[in-house]
Design a binder for this molecule. Sequence first.
Ligand SMILES: *[C@@H]1O[C@H](CO)[C@@H](O)[C@H](O)[C@H]1NC(C)=O
Ligand SMILES: *[C@@H]1O[C@H](CO)[C@@H](O)[C@H](O)[C@H]1NC(C)=O
Ligand SMILES: *[C@@H]1O[C@H](CO)[C@@H](O)[C@H](O)[C@H]1NC(C)=O
Ligand SMILES: *[C@@H]1O[C@H](CO)[C@@H](O)[C@H](O)[C@H]1NC(C)=O
Ligand SMILES: *[C@@H]1O[C@H](CO)[C@@H](O)[C@H](O)[C@H]1NC(C)=O
Length: 453
Amino acid sequence: MKTIHAVAALTVAAASAVQAMITCDSNNPCPSSAPCCSSYGFCGVGAYCLGGCYTKDSFSIDSCMPAPVCKSSDYDFSSMDGFVENTEYLGDPASGNWVFSGNPLMYNNDAVLLTMTEDSSGTLLSSTRYVWYGKMSATMKTSRGAGVVTAFIMMSDVKDEIDFEFIGTDVATAQSNYYFQGITDYGNEKNLSAPNTDSQWHTYTIDWQPDSLSWEVDGKVLRTLYRNETYNATAGQYHYPQTPSRVQFSLWPAGKAGNAQGTIEWAGGEIDWSSPYMQNGYYYAMVKDVTVDCYNPPAGYNNQGNKAYWYENKYGTNDTVVIGNNNTVLSSFLATGEEPKKGASSSVAATKTGSKSTASSSATAQPETIPGVSGGGSRESGSDVASGSGSSSGSSGSSGSSGSSDSGSGSTYTGSNSFSQGLESGSGTNDGNRVVAGSLVALVAFFAAAMML
Ligand SMILES: *[C@@H]1O[C@H](CO)[C@@H](O)[C@H](O)[C@H]1NC(C)=O
Ligand SMILES: *[C@@H]1O[C@H](CO)[C@@H](O)[C@H](O)[C@H]1NC(C)=O
Ligand SMILES: *[C@@H]1O[C@H](CO)[C@@H](O)[C@H](O)[C@H]1NC(C)=O
Ligand SMILES: *[C@@H]1O[C@H](CO)[C@@H](O)[C@H](O)[C@H]1NC(C)=O
Ligand SMILES: *[C@@H]1O[C@H](CO)[C@@H](O)[C@H](O)[C@H]1NC(C)=O
C-alpha cells in the first residue's frame, strides 16, 4: 500500500512535466479511449491492462486482461532467465516468469540485486502468474539506511495485499501487514523479529489460505491471522485478502524528500544518497530463491476453465472471481481487454515509438501504454533515453547506462558479475529529474498526502 503512495507520487512528478495524464479514481473511471486504470491511478492501454490493472476504476469489467493462473514453481535466481522488462511483456507467462521495472542486476550467479540509485524509484519485480491461495517463500537479504524499504508482498488487482516490509533503519524486524481492497487500517501491522535482515539470509514465507494467513521466518510461524477475525460489521464483509495476487519484490524510496511526511517517518527518515550502505552508487537488496506452492482454488469457486482469473463484476470480493479459459495476451501495446488484438501487425518497437511520441508531443491524443515509462521519457523532452527504463521516474541506473535504451538494456541487465557494474551511468537523467522535482515538490507532497488518507 505504501508502495503505491510513493510510486504514485513519483509518477505524478514525471507525468506533470509534460501534460495532464488521465487519472482514475472511484468517482471517475477511465474513458473508453484509455480504459485501464493503473494501480497508481492513471489511465492507459497496453501494459496498463496487464498485471496491476485496477479493475474497480477501469472503464469496464472487460478492460483489464484476465490473469494467468497459479503454477507451482521454484524460481532459482542464479540467473535472470525468465526476467522480462515491463516495456516488453504482453501478458504471456510463457515469455517470462517475472516482469520488472527499474534495474535488477545479477550478483555472482547467486542472487538478484534489486537496486536503487538516487532519484530513481528503485526496482520492482512482479510474478507474471497470479496466485489464488498458496504458500510463497523467498530467501533474501534486505537493504539498509533511513528511508529505504525492501518489500516482499502479494498484491491483487483490487488491492488486496499481504506484506513483509523491511525498514532500512531496523534490520531486526520484519513488518507484517495486510489490506483488503486497499483500505488502510493501521492496526493491521505487526512487527516480527528477524535478526540481521541485511546480512543474513532468511527465508520469509506467506502461507495464504482461504481461512487463515500466516507469516513465517525460517520456517517458524510468527503470526497467524484468521479470516473470522477480520469481519467488518459496518461493511458486512470480511476485510481479508481474498483475490488472485501477484508475488512482488521491491526496493523503493519511501524516505524520498517530497513524499508524505507519514511515509517518510514510517520509513525511518529521509534517504541519504551518499550513505555508506550504498555500493557502486546504489542501495540494494538481494533475492536468492523464490518458491510458490499453489493451493487448490477455494471450495465453491466459479469454475469455467483453468487458464485465467477474471472478475465477474467490480465488487472484487472472492465470490466474484472466475477461473476460465480466457486469453491473457495482448497483441500489442495499443491493445486492451476490450480489443486484445488491436495493433497486431505493429512490432513492439513500433509501439514503443508510439509511446515515446506521446511523451514528446503533448498535443497528441495517443494514450499512455506503459505505466511510468512515458512519464519518465517526458523529462527528456522526447529523447529516447528513459524509455528503456520501466521505473516510474526513469531509473537513472538503467536509462543512463543504456544510452540508446532499447538495445542497451539487454546487456545491462544480464551481466553475470555486475555488482560493480550498475552505476557507471546515472548522471544523464538525474539533472532533469531535479529540475522537475523542484517545481513539483508541493504537488507531489499534496498528492501523496491525499493518498495516505
Ligand atoms: C472470459 O471468457 C468468458 C467465456 O468466453 C467470457 O464470457 C468472459 O467475458 C471473458 N472474460 C473476460 C474478462 O474477458
Ligand atoms: C514496528 O517497529 C517500528 C520500528 O522498527 C516502530 O516504529 C513501529 O511502531 C512498530 N510497529 C508496531 C505495530 O509495533
Ligand atoms: C476463527 O477460526 C479459527 C479456525 O477456523 C478458530 O479456531 C477460531 O476459534 C475462530 N475464532 C473466532 C473468533 O470465531
Ligand atoms: C470498516 O470498513 C469501512 C469501509 O468499508 C472502513 O471505513 C472502516 O474503517 C472499517 N472499520 C474497521 C473497524 O476496520
Ligand atoms: C468467499 O468468502 C466467504 C466468506 O466471506 C465464504 O463463505 C465463501 O465460501 C468464499 N467463496 C469463495 C469462492 O472463496
